[in-house]
Design a protein around this ligand. Structure first.
Ligand code: SF4
Length: 90
């Protein structure tokens, strides 16, 4: 049995405060297929029925262009109950 850990979702006051851009996203082992990341940023994450999360093909072209999407990516990272979403920023 796994322990679900919830981290606080970012406040709306923090939208647009990230100075760094997300350059790479990957999912480590341990996804519990809760769908939270897909609910938050469906342009980036997909959780197919019976599968664990993965990043959508071609999602890289969306990175570093839209601050609102960047903020939702961070929200997905912070919301993942098992902390398996990883990002590189610059
Ligand atoms: S939020 Fe985390 S555990 Fe939930 S589907 Fe996404 S990667 Fe998997």
């Amino acid at each position: 049995m796994f322990e679900v850990r919830r981290r606080p979702v970012r406040s709306a006051f923090l939208v647009g405060t990230h100075a760094m851009a997300v350059r790479k996203i990957w999912i480590e082992e341990g996804c519990i297929s809760c769908n939270l990341c897909e609910d938050i940023a469906s342009e980036i994450f997909v959780v197919a029925a019976g599968k664990t999360c993965h990043t959508k093909k071609g999602h890289e072209r969306l990175l570093g262009k839209d601050p609102e999407l960047e903020e939702r990516i961070h929200e997905a990272v912070d919301s993942c109950p098992v902390e398996v979403i990883q990002i590189d920023e610059d």
